[in-house]
Design a protein around this ligand. Sequence first.
Ligand code: AMP
Length: 460
Amino acid sequence: MCGIFGIVGHGEASNLTYLGLHALQHRGQESAGIVASDGHILRAHRQMGLVADIFTAPVIDGLPGDAAIGHVRYSTAGGSQLKNAQPLFVAWAGGQFSIAHNGNIVNAAELKASLEADGALFQSDADTEVVMHLLARSKQPTFEAKLVESLRKVEGAYSILLLTEDKLIAVRDPHGFRPLVLGKMKEGAFVVASETTALDLIEAEVVRELEPGELIVIENGVLRASMPFKPAPRLGRCIFEHVYFAKPDSVLFGSSVYEVRKRLGMQLAREQPAPDADLVIAVPDSGVPAAIGFSQTSGIPYDVGLIRSHYVGRTFIEPQQSIRHFGVKLKLSAVRSVLKGKRVVVVDDSIVRGTTSRKIVKMLKAAGAVSVHLRISSPPTQWPCYYGIDTPSRTELIAASHSTEEIAKYVTADSLGYLSLEGLGAAVEDPKRSTYCTACFSGQYLTEKLSRDSDAKLSA
Ligand code: AMP
C-alpha cells in the first residue's frame, strides 16, 4: 500500500510531485518523501506524516531541479519508522540514485540474508533496499542493465520509480500486480504515477499504463521502452485495487474504478437481495459507489445514513487494535432522522477483522434502525496479501475461521451477504479472473515462492 509519482522535464518538478502525492494520499498516510535532481545532485526530504503537513514552501524550495520522484507510504514490509520512509536514497560508486517502490517483494528475506552474509549493511527494514544492494553489486556495464539483472532475482510485486542525476526509470513487475500509468504534460514533461487521479490533478494527459514487465527510461526528453523480463505465466493485476484501494475517479487496469464499484453493488443486489428493506446506505467513502449500484438494481432508495468525518484518516492508520476500535466512532456518525424506524441495507466493500462492521451495526441500531442487513461488495477476505496490500495474518481475518452466519452473529447484523468470486469477476469484465490476482479471496497466490511455500500460507 503505497503511492508513487515521478516527473521529468519540468522546472517545477518537486512542486508537481507534491501535488501528485497529494492526489495519491489515500494510498498511504504514514510517511511521504520527495527526491529531486537538478542534473548534478539529488536532494531528498522524507518525513513521517501527511503530504500537506510535510511539504511546506521552504521544504519544496530546498528540492530544486527538473526531475523528481515521490512516495506515500503505508508499511507492509518494514515497520512504521522514518528509516523506512521512501524514496530511499544512496550515494554509490556510480553516483547517486533514489528509488520509490509500491508493492512487496516476497523473496526479500532470502535475498537480504545472502546479501548480509556477503557484507551488505542494511539501513532500513524496507524490502526495497534489497534492490539497491543488488544493483550496487551488479557487474553489468550500465545502470539500466544492473537494474534489470537485480530485478530478475526478485519475486513479487513491484511498481518502481528510480531517479538518477540524469534520468527517470519506471518498471512494472511481470505479473502487473500494482498499477503504474504514464502521462505527459502540455509542456512536454513526462509523468509516471500509481493512478490517473494524480495525472488529472496536474492536468497531464494519460498516455497509457505501463505493460506488466515493461521498463521505461526517460533521458534528455526521450522515452525508451523495453520488455526485459520473462513474461509471467499469467497476469495478476490486484483486484482489491478495484474493490477498495484505488480512488474512484481513477481509471485503473483499463476500467473506471467508480464504474467497477457500482457494478459490484449491482451484482451484489442480484446475488444477495434484501427485499424487505426500506433504505440502502453506504459505509462512506469506500462503500458509496457499490451502495448506489445496489440501490439502482434493487429499486430500494439510497440515502445518507452515515457521515464520515474528514478530519481523521483511514481506520487502518492506527496500527494498534485498541486505537482502531475507537477510531471507527471518531470517523463515522449516524444520521438519526434517516435511520429511525427503518429496515436498512448497509453496503461496505470488505470485512477484514469485523471490528468496523460490528461498530457500525451497533451505531445504526442505536440511531433507530429496526433491522440492519449488511452487504459486502467483495467475497470473504480469507487470505493475507503478500503483494502490497496491508492485511493482517490469517488468524485475524474473521472470514478465515468463521462462516458467514457466524460473522453475521458477531457483527450483530440481521443478515449478511457477500458478493461471489464469480460476481467480482463479472464486475471487472474478466469472468474467469485470468488477468487478476484474487489471492486475498481465493488463496491462489501467483508467485512461485508462495504457491510452492505452503508453510508460509499456513503460518501466516
Ligand atoms: P475491519 O474492521 O478490520 O473489518 O476493517 C474493515 C474496514 O476496513 C472496511 O470498512 C474496509 O473499507 C476497510 N479496509 C479493508 N481492507 C483494508 C486495508 N487493507 N487497509 C485499510 N482499510 C481496509
